[in-house]
Design a protein around this ligand. Structure first.
Ligand code: MN
Length: 765
């Protein structure tokens, strides 16, 4: 190693005169002491010795000097000597009371990447355990941090894989990020945002999942301040004002609570704690509320000597003050996934204030604040930190589980899209009947579970049992639920409504895919029947091969595509016939039972390109599937009309508008009446048949004028028949296609406005 041309003494003197990292103005329960000068070797050793009397002072001293020499005259963006950074990172880790190897790794964490130091040399000087930690940190540093989603996902994957070997890599990495966030103001604007976003997306949630609440909160607040300084300022201002106004009240509540416990022979440590700006902000955003209540900004901690007195304290609180319903949670008997344990309750306490209480023991408090870092790695008898955490920490089990999933998933983009949120928000852990663990985001239901097990299980799910009891597929899952999904081969595709029920991206995507395929298959089947029928009737020979040759003429890629298009009504069966047999002549089809009178003007106005609608594609719900559906032959029906369906055995269902006089004919046969309603897809406008009668002045060009009005207002004329009522007036019966009732009314009104038009009425067949 090449030592830069500075003596350690010179370096230290330079470092001591350097400015100090700014300290976040937010309150912290146990803030790291602001250091007015760079920490000396002696200070660092003292900090470690205060919690670990067996510390290897020589090792710490050697690492201190080695790192200082290695970084030499390098400086940070702030102008400080670079060495202040690893030193601060080490100091943060002494606040977490970590073992010597972690502290030393923190001191050395940037040496391999940024200086002449090598892994081999670090192994030689400090041993392979520390060498491996430093190398893990070096790998992480080399990840190019860019905000592109895929890259971020890949970084997260690598981060998790790197910390799989030794969780202490994560602890150093988090401390590293925390110090960088504390000194972020010196970094150029553009990278500042990116770093803050990454911190909020990845590092803060990860700290939270490891139970390290203090770390998570400070990372969140620092990111919040960077990303939205205005909102941060507003929240801080309001917090200060409210805290100021309630200053006496908080002390009063603390002492009243403590006195109450003392009266019952319990010694408790009680303290009020202001909530953090970022958590208040997200709560305000999520529930779109302001904060006025003391309980919205202050929580009270009650720390008891042992577990039993936690419950006694709860009893005292609940018998002394009225309980706010729905706020009691016992995380002592059922700890959170990150090992958090505490009793939560809210009462109308002293001063008629809502008081939010967290009751727990000192040990639980340590875990609540420090998470995995609360386990004393430095003690001799624990074995390796990994072994200790395997024994004692659920948070660590989660981490290992997640890493397991990550090493299997190949596509980082997919991973980020479908898993990022799921990874870092509270999860539920459920089991298959065979005991396989399925991790899902909170509020997930059985549909999500089924798709998490396997797409086929999801697609064919018809029912379920949760913990042995039958339950709805939409049931929200709880931690520890054992879920048995009942499947049926008869269900080839999931109901499309599941898409809105499922909450995981994976399930939603699978449902979308399956329903798309199923709908397409349905249309293709329908189209095939329509085509076959035409070929039978016309005595033409149908063969797939022949159709294959005609695909280019139909501009479709496959036979299935053609059939689905016919089923959807996009192309007609006769188009298919003509594509296969160019001299095929279309037979006349009589529509709606009306005689087609070929009025020349009408023909000109009616765009013939408008696709014929397949009778089966009528968007009506409330029907038994499988029956053919058509509209009332004389007048049709359009969305906006109230409608009924009339069943004709052997034929199918006819849809009538409720005002149709034709319904009189079915009054004696109520069993034929069906309750139906429109089920129109707003995104793909469709046209529907309607009929109007127009009385107009009999003069040359009047028919053309009527047709023009309809065409100009985007109505399709399907048919026009004419009859002369008197020498002066002609009555036109016009079958047209419109989008809905509003559209139809607009056309009728436009016609009525014409001077040549005497009268316009809708015809209901
Ligand atoms: Mn660093």
């Amino acid at each position: 190693m090449v030592v830069p041309g500075h003596t350690p003494q010179q370096m230290q003197a330079a470092a001591e005169s350097a400015a100090v990292a700014p300290v976040l103005p937010a309150e912290r329960p146990r803030p790291p002491k602001p250091r007015s000068r760079m920490m000396r070797q002696y200070d660092l050793v003292e900090r470690v010795r205060s919690y670990n009397p067996d510390t290897n002072e020589d090792l710490l001293n050697r690492a201190y000097v080695y790192a200082m020499k290695a970084h030499g005259s390098q400086t940070r963006a702030s102008g400080d000597p670079y060495f202040t950074h690893p030193l601060e990172v080490a100091a943060i880790l002494t606040d977490l009371k970590l073992d010597d190897a972690t502290i030393v790794a923190a001191l050395l964490h940037d040496t391999i990447e940024d200086t002449e130091a090598t892994r081999a040399e670090i192994d030689r000087f400090f041993g392979p355990e520390i060498g491996a930690l430093v190398e893990g940190l070096t790998k992480l540093k080399r990840l190019e941090l860019v905000s592109r989603e895929a890259k971020q996902a890949e970084n997260l994957r690598k981060l998790l894989l790197a910390i799989a070997d030794d969780v202490r890599v994560l602890l150093v990495k988090l401390a590293d990020r925390l110090h960088n966030m504390r000194t972020l103001e010196f970094v150029p604007e553009a990278s500042r945002r990116r770093i803050a976003e990454e911190t909020l997306d990845i590092y803060a949630p990860l700290a939270g999942r490891m139970g390290m609440q203090e770390m998570r909160e400070e990372l969140e607040d620092l990111s919040f301040r960077t990303l939205d300084p205005q909102a941060y300022g507003v929240v801080m201002q309001r917090l200060d004002a409210l805290a100021d106004r309630n200053r006496n009240l908080i002390g009063e509540i603390e002492s009243q609570l403590a006195r109450k416990f003392r009266d019952h022979g319990l010694t408790a440590r009680v303290f009020g704690r202001r909530k953090r700006p970022f958590s208040i902000w997200t709560k305000m955003e999520r529930k779109s509320i302001g904060f006025e209540q003391l309980s919205d900004i202050f929580g009270f901690r009650v720390i008891m000597p042992d577990l039993e007195s936690c419950y006694r304290a709860l009893g005292i609180v609940h018998t002394t003050w009225p309980v706010v319903p729905g706020r009691f949670k016992d995380y002592i008997s059922t700890p959170k996934q990150n090992d958090y344990r505490s009793i939560h309750t809210t009462v109308i306490g002293p001063g008629k204030q809502r008081v939010e209480l967290q009751i727990r023991t000192e040990d639980m408090d340590q875990i609540a604040e420090l998470g995995i870092a609360a386990h004393a790695f430095y003690k001799d008898d624990i074995g390796s930190p990994t072994e200790l955490l395997k024994r004692e920490s659920n948070a660590f089990a989660w981490l290992r589980h997640t890493i397991g999933i990550l090493s299997e998933s190949a596509n980082p983009e997919e991973f980020l899209e479908h898993t990022k949120l799921e990874l870092f928000h509270d999860q539920v852990f459920c089991f298959t009947p065979k005991g396989k663990l399925i991790a899902l985001p909170r509020h997930a239901n059985v549909i999500d579970f089924a798709y998490a097990v396997h797409t086929d299980v999801g697609n064919s799910a018809v029912g379920c049992k949760i913990n042995g009891k039958f339950a709805a597929l939409s049931s929200e899952l709880q931690n520890g639920d054992e879920v048995e999904v009942l499947t049926s081969d008869a269900q080839s595709a999931p109901p499309s409504a599941w898409e809105t029920l499922a909450i995981t991206g994976k399930a939603r995507a699978a449902i979308r895919r399956a329903t798309r395929t199923a709908v397409r298959d349905q249309y293709a089947g329908l189209g095939r029947r329509i085509v076959e029928r035409l070929f039978e009737r016309t005595k033409l020979e149908y063969a797939d091969d022949k159709l294959k040759g005609a695909l280019p003429r139909l501009a479709r890629a496959s036979i299935e595509d053609v059939m689905a298009a016919v089923g959807r009504g996009e192309i007609k069966a006769s188009d298919v016939a003509r594509a296969m047999y160019p001299d095929y002549k279309e037979e006349r089809v009589v529509r709606y039972g009306a005689k087609k009178t070929a009025a020349p003007a009408a023909k000109a106005a009616a765009p013939t390109a408008e696709p014929a609608r397949g009778a089966f594609a009528i968007p009506i719900s409330g029907l038994n599937s499988g029956l053919p559906v058509k509209f009332a032959p004389n007048g049709g029906a359009v969305p906006g009309d109230r409608i009924v369906g009339i069943v004709t055995p052997g034929e199918g269902i006819t849809i009538y508008p409720i005002q149709s006089p034709a319904l009189k004919d079915f009054e004696d046969e109520p069993e034929r009446w069906l309750d139906v309603r429109w089920d129109v897809d707003e995104t793909t406008p469709q046209r529907f048949p309607a009929r109007i009668k127009v009385e107009n002045v009999n003069e040359p060009g009047s028919l053309a004028q009527v047709a023009t009005v309809i065409a100009e207002h985007d109505g399709n004329i399907d048919n026009i028949s004419m009859s002369r009522r008197s020498p002066d007036f002609t009555e036109l019966t016009i079958d047209l296609e419109v989008y809905d009732l509003k559209h139809l009314s607009a056309i009728i009104n436009q016609l009525r406005a014409k001077t040549i038009v005497a009268r316009v009425d809708r015809v209901n067949g």
